[in-house]
Design a protein around this ligand. Structure first.
Ligand SMILES: [Zn+2]
Length: 268
């Protein structure tokens, strides 16, 4: 099912390393003097920029093949909420989703699941999907070594299992930052690395219309839409989701859980 144009072990990161090495070799052999250093600096800058973009945007597939969108003709999308559960926002959001008869996917922070076990259980009981968004949401997760990353993700898996009885199968890295270790640890734990195809950027102080507009800009079947149910004002969150659900319905889209969506076609 997993799409992708490169074998599992060879990624664009390897291609980038190879291309950078070749370029450095060619310049060193063929260019002399100050010009050589100008060219070498240019190559390093370009390689560093590509690497930075690859780390920041999972859809660049620099280190592996994340689930960012599904290639399907069915008019379905997955609505995903990161960083919760939140004691104020999440219950109100659950009520709104229930009124619309919509199931969503919550990428929860393990530590918050531990603090709000009953709320996490409610998310699952109401038919939503609850997945792994790390245990601590540490801003430095992307520079964790293998052991620490493994420990953090395992703790989140355990906390979610204890609270809900469900063992997560998808992992969205904090801030969407990926590297080779993220893919390796996720694989060890049976987790699919998950990105998104559109974000509301809902922490910016914009109107609900603007946030929903960004989220649904260039909407396509199989989209994975990212919002937050933690760290945003409740009224605005509810307004954004209400606008988005109305628009999705008007355009003939159905909101499904991520596990449903992932079965629908090859990943992109
Ligand atoms: Zn997050």
């Amino acid at each position: 099912m997993q799409g992708g144009h490169v074998p599992a072990h060879l990624t664009r990161f390897h291609g980038l390393l190879l291309a950078t090495g070749l370029a450095i070799g060619l310049i060193t052999v063929n260019v002399a003097g100050v010009t050589r250093w100008i060219w070498l600096s240019g190559v390093c800058l370009a390689a560093g920029t590509c690497l930075g973009l690859g780390v920041s945007f999972p859809s660049w597939r620099m280190f592996g093949n994340p689930l960012c969108r599904v290639d399907t003709k069915r008019r379905v999308v997955a609505l995903t909420f990161d960083d919760g559960p939140d004691p104020d926002n999440t219950p109100a959001l659950l009520e709104l989703l229930a009124r619309h008869g919509v199931h969503a996917t919550f990428f929860c922070v393990g530590a918050r699941v531990g603090e709000r076990a009953a709320l996490a259980k409610r998310i699952v009981t109401e038919g939503h999907q609850l997945e792994n968004h790390s245990h601590d949401h540490n801003p430095w997760t992307n520079v964790f070594g293998m052991a620490r990353l493994h420990d953090d993700l395992t703790r989140a898996q355990e906390t979610v299992r204890e609270a809900t009885g469900y063992v997560p199968r998808f992992f969205r890295p904090p801030m969407g930052l990926t590297n080779q270790r993220v893919y390796r640890v996720a694989k060890e734990l049976g987790l699919t690395v998950t990105g998104y195809s559109a974000r509301g950027l809902d922490r910016r102080p914009d109107t609900p219309e603007a946030i929903a507009g960004r989220l649904l800009h260039r909407l396509k079947p199989g989209a994975i839409l990212l919002l937050h149910d933690y760290g945003v004002p409740r009224e605005r969150l509810l307004a954004v989701v209400a606008i988005a659900l109305d628009r999705l319905k008007a355009e003939g889209y159905e909101c499904v859980r991520l596990d449903d969506l992932a079965k629908d076609g090859p990943w992109q």
